[in-house]
Design a protein around this ligand. Structure first.
Ligand SMILES: [Zn+2]
Length: 375
């Protein structure tokens, strides 16, 4: 079979889509995509991009494959344990599609190497689990004018956004530094193995759309995904004129490494267990905490905490003004997923130190008050 007829057969299901077709497939073949982090997110993203015929695919990862990675990092096989992730990943992707070029970058991304690396690619996918890396990647993409598809996961929840230079907010606009975004480290927090499969696949989808021009990229919106409640959230985010890197008078004009202590700033999201909340309420403070229940009205009516106010998550963006800026809000939902999204919204709106009630009303009913009804 000649190379061209083999390609026609391989990409047949793309070629028959009017939105992709021969022109889109050609663009995919010319595209150079860098996947930073060959982990839970990077695995499905890189696999689908390789399968889609993305001509040049770079994999950045300085780690080695561990047995505990295999629960979610589907790029690797058991026999890869102990190997460099970038190299094992390169081999797997080349086996999947020998017609593309896969480049292994077995290194840790740093301010010192980010310029040279990003210069070789057109689009960057962030699948890292370190906050400092996320800001470095974002800043480098803004400064070097590279589109960025960013995803993060934590336990049962994920989030996704796309940045396109000159067309919308960057990651730093959504999560100003200091207001630490709820990016969990899987080693500490645990993660449902299939969760990064969903988010990494969405990242590949966004990259393919950016390359081919099909559809509308996820600009100016943050998508949240709650696996436990099987719910997607969709929130508008705006570019901040005072953003440190993409704003009108940027203070960050060169990629820089973030010193570790600055990342865990106290202004970030806080977590509260239901027993901690019970104790807090029992103290009878003169200024009780502001309880914001973000469930739907029917759920709230069935049973809720005394003095809680009800602002369903879907209305929160428009009603943030109802949350007094001098009182620390504690967000509550059924099982902790929607309230985490509410914390993200509050952080993006610069409400200081929002608190997420872990486990939500289900945990409250199980551990504190079994008489309360939770729909
Ligand atoms: Zn920005």
């Amino acid at each position: 079979m000649s190379p061209s007829s083999r390609e026609r057969e391989r990409y047949q299901r793309h070629l028959t889509l009017a939105e992709i077709g021969a022109a889109g497939q050609h663009k995919l073949g010319e595209a150079r995509v860098l996947v930073v982090g060959a982990g839970g997110l990077g695995s499905p993203a890189a696999l689908y991009l390789a399968a889609a015929g993305c001509g040049t695919l770079g994999l950045v990862d300085g780690d080695r494959v561990e047995l505990s990675n295999l629960q979610r990092q589907v790029l690797f096989a058991t026999a890869d344990v102990g190997r460099a992730k970038a190299e094992a990943g390169r081999e797997r992707l080349a086996a999947l599609n020998p017609d593309i070029r896969v480049v292994a970058h077995a290194l840790e991304l740093r301010a010192a190497n980010v310029r040279e690396l990003f210069a070789q690619y057109d689009i960057v996918l962030d699948g890292t689990d370190r906050l400092a890396a996320r800001y470095l990647i974002n800043d480098a993409c803004v400064i070097l004018r590279r589109p960025l598809v960013s995803a993060a996961i934590h336990r049962f929840e994920g989030q996704l956004m796309t940045y396109v230079p000159g067309r919308g907010p960057c990651y730093r606009c959504a999560f100003p530094q200091g207001a630490a975004a709820p990016v969990g480290n899987c080693a500490e927090a645990g993660v449902l193995g299939v969760l990064p499969g969903v988010l990494g696949t969405l990242q590949a989808t966004e990259a393919i759309k950016l390359i081919t021009g099909a559809g509308e990229p996820l600009i100016g919106r943050l998508i949240t995904y709650d696996a436990l409640e099987m719910r997607f959230g969709d929130f508008r985010i705006s570019r901040r004129r005072d953003c440190a890197v993409c704003g009108d008078a940027p203070t960050i004009t060169e990629p820089r490494d973030t010193p570790a202590p600055a990342v865990a700033a106290p202004a970030g999201l806080q977590r509260l267990s239901v027993t901690q909340l019970r104790d807090l309420l029992a103290q009878g403070e003169r200024e009780p905490p502001l309880l914001v229940d973000v469930r739907e009205v029917e759920e709230f009516s069935a049973g809720h905490l005394a003095d809680a106010v009800n602002i369903p998550l879907g209305e929160l963006a428009q009603r943030l003004a109802e949350i007094a800026s001098d009182r620390q809000p504690i967000f509550i939902c059924r099982s902790g997923g929607r309230s985490l999204a509410a914390c993200q919204l509050a952080l993006a709106a610069r409400i200081a130190a929002p608190v997420n009630l872990e486990g939500g009303m289900r945990a409250w009913a199980a551990e504190v008050d079994p008489t309360i009804e939770v729909l």
